[in-house]
Write a protein that binds this ligand. Sequence first.
Ligand code: NAD
Length: 326
Amino acid sequence: MKTALVCGAGGFIGSHLVKRLKKEGYWVRGVDLKRTEFSPTEADDFVVGDLRDPVLVRQVIDRPFDEVYQLAADMGGAGFIFTGDNDADVMHNSATINLNVCDTAKDAGVKKIFYSSSACIYPERNQLDATTPVTAEESAYPAAPDSEYGWEKLFSERLYFAYARNYGLNVRVARFHNIFGPEGTWTGGREKAPAAICRKVAEAGAGDDVEIWGDGEQTRSFLYIDECLDGVRRLMESEFVGPVNIGSEEMVSINDLARLAMRVAGKDLELRHIDGPLGVRGRNSDNTLIREKLGWAPEQPLEDGIRRTYNWIKQQVEEAKQATVA
Ligand code: NAD
């Protein structure tokens, strides 16, 4: 039986990845600061612990795992990573996790390790226009990410590749572009745009409006969790080390995303534009390289994923309301 360790297994992508690996027949250990929030973990062994602590990291990477997936990071949506208020923690916490995990994986003889980087590493200069953003993998340099979160991700990509060159660590690196789906953070300040918008639409009554940060004409693409995991697993099974984009090419404005959520919800609400942290003006995934190297790219329409996510968030909103009344 293949063995896998998922770092960040209490989080959104990590908890889904554990389920996926269990379906594929792996023995899985998960590790995270916190337990899964929305459904019980399916990991065979789940360690609650802090990956900034090198002693804990040695305890969880105690064998030459077939596969390690390093997803743990101090992160959130624009309201968390673009305000500047969390920069020191984001850089310190995530870099420390990666330094510990990478070095210990090398010592333990881990056979293959996946690192989740981000579209936030791409230079701001190529994303100033909402309609023609550039995110081809090689456009990352000369580096100029617009957030410290992006700088840490770029540093850590380089860390994993340095361990590959100097110590033969077998790495795979992907740059995720806005992953969304059920059982992701949907409230509390760390939620990302699709979840925040679905929540606002689900909470809105007749005559209410939906707040959108900025003019809403900033563009992004959003990838449904199942397709993200398809990409991760395909990359791990391939000989290609990356870095490679894992994202959707269906670019939409934030206003359009809100209109889509309203259509799915069957609600006709006004958009109200307010000041807020925005990030780059435009971003889309460029899937040329993943098509070339893996012969695959995500294809599900955004609407399908938003429908599933909206229904799940609507249920969370209703349960939260009932809990307040009781
Ligand atoms: P998430 O916040 O839901 O999961 C990250 C998990 O890491 C959390 O459960 C958190 O508790 C855990 N963690 C943080 N610090 C830790 C520590 N010191 N020790 C142990 N665990 C710790 O985020 P996610 O959306 O599941 O993202 C997973 C990875 O993918 C992250 O590295 C993130 O930067 C990257 N990524 C995500 C997206 C996205 O759209 N979700 C986009 C680009 C990159």
